[in-house]
Design a protein around this ligand. Structure first.
Ligand code: PEP
Length: 262
């Protein structure tokens, strides 16, 4: 029931942003933190389009070990600095339980990615970190398994968990993964946790980000998280799914036109 659904607050006292049933939260930023300039430009684009939380990866769990793996701690420093400069709370992925303390030092919210959804030691460490957690659905995980992963965090006393549907692996090759849009209302019928949608990583295609965001709004998601880049052609990670400023504004208009379902 709407009234029983939780709101998770992200950011430090005085500039906290809600993710929950009373708002539609727009999170945006670069897939990967590459340089201070690229991160700042991405954050400014995101903010001027209406995003209220900045995303950006400093640790990138790539399919190929030869692909760009992220800047690590220097990337966290850039992200936190840009968050400070723009006034946006930041969410960033942690891929190794040993890195949880340092990521929690810089980030306002910890992200657990699709490849680590069932990494129980990492979930427990994130649960102990004292920061809200964005838990992406494993690309081969059932909804039940995803909710049980959230329980690993909750069991440590951290109920500030936001679920993120980011596509599942199917036989369809036109998109990188298949956005399981029905997961949003299914989760909301069983869990009090907020649930957002990542159309960028689900599809891997920027032309699908606006239509899939509209679908997310239509089914009652609590927000969307999208990739942006000032120059997607040179992006070190996932350029084909990153939006430019003009495309981001189109998304923002779509988001504004469709108020959240209450
Ligand atoms: C990301 O958001 O940067 C990411 C790698 O997403 P996912 O874990 O959903 O692939």
């Amino acid at each position: 029931h709407h009234a029983d659904r939780s709101t998770v607050w992200v950011g430090r006292e005085g500039r906290q942003v809600p993710i929950g049933p009373d708002s539609f939260t727009f999170l945006a930023g670069p897939c990967a933190v590459e340089t201070a300039e690229q991160t700042l430009e991405s954050a400014q684009m995101a903010k001027s389009a209406g995003a209220t939380i900045l995303r950006g990866g400093a640790y990138k769990p790539r399919t190929s070990p030869y692909a760009f793996q992220g800047l690590g701690v220097p990337g966290l420093e850039i992200l936190a600095g840009v968050g400070e400069a723009t006034g946006l709370p930041v969410v960033t992925e942690v891929v190794d339980a040993r890195d949880v303390p340092v990521v929690a030092e810089y980030a306002d919210m910890l992200q657990i990615g699709t490849r680590n959804m069932a990494n129980f030691g990492l979930l427990q460490a994130a649960g102990d970190a004292g920061k809200p957690v964005l838990l992406k659905r494993g690309m081969t995980a059932t909804i039940e398994e995803w909710l049980m992963a959230a329980e690993y965090i909750a069991q440590r006393g951290n109920l500030d968990v936001v679920l993120c549907e980011r596509g599942i692996r199917t036989f369809e090759p036109s998109t990188r993964n298949t956005l399981d849009i029905s997961a949003v209302p299914v989760v909301q019928a069983t869990s009090h946790l907020p649930v957002i949608v990542d159309p960028s990583h689900a599809s891997g295609r920027k032309d699908l980000v606006v239509p899939l965001s509209r679908a997310a709004i239509a089914v009652g998601a609590d927000g969307v998280i999208v990739d942006v880049h000032p120059d997607p052609e040179t992006a070190l990670c996932d350029g084909p799914q990153a939006l430019l400023g003009s495309e981001l504004r189109e998304l923002a208009q779509a988001v504004r036109r469709l108020p959240p379902i209450v």
